[in-house]
Design a protein around this ligand. Structure first.
Ligand SMILES: Cc1cc2nc3c(=O)[nH]c(=O)nc-3n(C[C@H](O)[C@H](O)[C@H](O)COP(=O)(O)OP(=O)(O)OC[C@H]3O[C@@H](n4cnc5c(N)ncnc54)[C@H](O)[C@@H]3O)c2cc1C
Length: 436
């Protein structure tokens, strides 16, 4: 194909990965972005609530925070969209409450949090936990540097020598809050992913060197800016059912018809992308089929019973153990500095009839899917670039699942898919961005 030819390109999936791919491709091609739902953003999902005084207030229900150091491409995108100033510092405090053994403390909140239960200072278990934290910090840093942790080692296996309270009251709740996954899944998570994240973000040291940020007015700010600036076509409520490769083109089928494009980027979750392919190759089945997903129910509500009754312990991320079950609640007022006297919480793993959330204080419940980064997925990640680099390829794949599952990974994967499309279509030697 002659360089400079304008292609008809479809991007399927309007999350950060699809938006990143569509933005890059629309510089040279006619791009249509298909989103199955009624709005763009995917996990960037802010909703409007009442601030208590009859005014609208936007609160985020999934993607909440990012930072400049680990999200360089996302930050660049925000700058290009002109919304980088519509952000503010996020409060990164965390509290750990175990009502079963009557222990509670908060991290990153100054003396108030630690003083919340003065008895902690004379508790051997409390000191032991902090001694173990220092030990883990030293050991994990060394093991990461010397590449001693196998990709298949779970965090539970890695922490086998540490006390149960340290694992269950500190490490797993912290990881659970970061990955927005119920605690029961965290124990089987790869140690490499968790410890690498902790180390990169300074969490093992008890303080984060990164200035985490959040959007003033919710992530809808950047999603709207994308929509306004995007030169291509956007089709909402347009779930793609099937993708068939014809000789030199691709046919997309919807509920009510079909359309043909020169190239397609599938920026949906790996299993959904695979399910769309009516003619999946063995390589596609092997690579995309290696990713599995966990579905999490998340409730947006105003019931303060999910946190401790002592407000000094209300941190941005709260892990509360009762009756042997540890639950995670985000206190959005702190994370997002919400200008409202009403309290807003996001509780992970919340059933519709959750006894801890009074029905009249429940706003909405959402269902989000997370990639599970087990050994099969980590191995498949290494094969993804090759899938996008096949000579004559008509379909390309992107998603945060290609990296650590965060927003920056979505941008990197979307841009990598766009670059691969350009390179394979025009045989241009273009460097693929490396996934972090
Ligand atoms: C509760 C929660 C909190 C999180 N918090 C953070 C955070 O603070 N910071 C961070 O960096 N990351 C966070 N993440 C991780 C987040 O998943 C990623 O950052 C990122 O948003 C994932 O983007 P994606 O484009 O890969 O997938 P998605 O955002 O899921 O986008 C995929 C899109 O494809 C659409 N789609 C699916 N099937 C079809 C179809 N057949 N046809 C058309 N469209 C289709 C979907 O509707 C969706 O819009 C969080 C995740 C969750 C669940």
């Amino acid at each position: 194909m002659a360089p400079g030819t304008r292609l008809r390109v479809a991007v399927v999936g309007g999350g950060i990965s699809g938006m990143a791919a569509a933005r890059d491709l629309a510089r040279h091609h006619d791009v249509t972005l298909f989103e199955g739902g009624a709005r763009l953003g995917g996990h960037a999902h802010a909703v409007e609530v009442d601030d208590g005084a009859g005014r609208p207030l936007w609160v985020d229900t999934a993607f909440l925070i990012y930072n400049a150091r680990h999200y360089p491409r996302f930050c660049q995108m925000l700058g290009e969209l002109g919304v980088d100033a519509q952000t503010q510092r996020a409060d990164m405090s965390a509290s750990f409450v175990d009502d079963d053994v009557n222990m509670r403390f908060a991290l990153l909140r100054g003396a108030g949090g630690f003083a919340a239960q003065k008895r902690n200072f004379v508790r051997p278990a409390f000191y032991r936990m902090f001694a173990e934290l220092l030990l883990l910090r030293r050991r994990a840093r060394r093991d990461l540097q010397e590449r001693r942790i196998a990709p298949s080692t779970t965090i539970d296996e890695y922490l086998a020598g540490y006390s149960a309270p340290f694992r269950h009251q500190l490490v797993y709740p912290l990881a659970s809050a970061i990955w927005s996954l119920p605690g029961r899944h965290i124990a089987q998570y790869p140690a490499l992913a968790i410890l690498g994240f902790f180390e990169n973000h300074g969490l093992l040291g008890g303080h984060s060197g990164d200035a985490w940020r959040t959007f003033v007015g919710g992530s809808v700010v950047y999603v709207d800016a994308f929509r306004r600036a995007f030169p291509g076509a956007i089709r909402l409520d347009a779930p793609v059912r099937k993708v068939h490769r014809l000789g030199g083109a691709v046919q997309l089928s919807f509920g009510d018809g079909s359309a043909v494009f020169d190239r397609v980027v599938l920026a949906t979750h790996a299993d959904r992308s695979l399910a769309m392919l009516g003619d999946a190759s063995e390589q596609e089945r092997r690579v995309l089929g290696a990713f599995s997903y966990n579905q999490t129910r998340i409730a947006l509500h105003r019931d303060p019973r999910v946190v401790h009754r002592d407000r000094r312990l209300w941190a941005s991320w709260n892990a509360t153990t009762r009756g042997g079950r540890t639950r995670i609640a985000y206190y959005l007022n702190r994370v997002q500095s919400l200008p409202t006297p009403r309290d807003w919480f996001l509780t992970l793993d919340a059933d519709d009839d959750d006894p801890e959330i009074a029905p009249h204080l429940r706003e909405r419940t959402f269902s989000y899917r997370h990639p599970i980064f087990d050994a099969a997925a980590v191995s498949a990640q290494r094969d993804l670039p090759a899938l996008n680099a096949r000579p004559g390829a008509l379909t390309f794949f992107a998603g945060a699942y290609a990296g650590h599952g965060f927003h920056e990974d979505g941008v990197v994967a979307g841009q990598a898919a766009a670059a691969a499309l350009e390179r394979t279509a025009f045989a241009r030697p273009l460097e693929l961005p490396t996934l972090q």
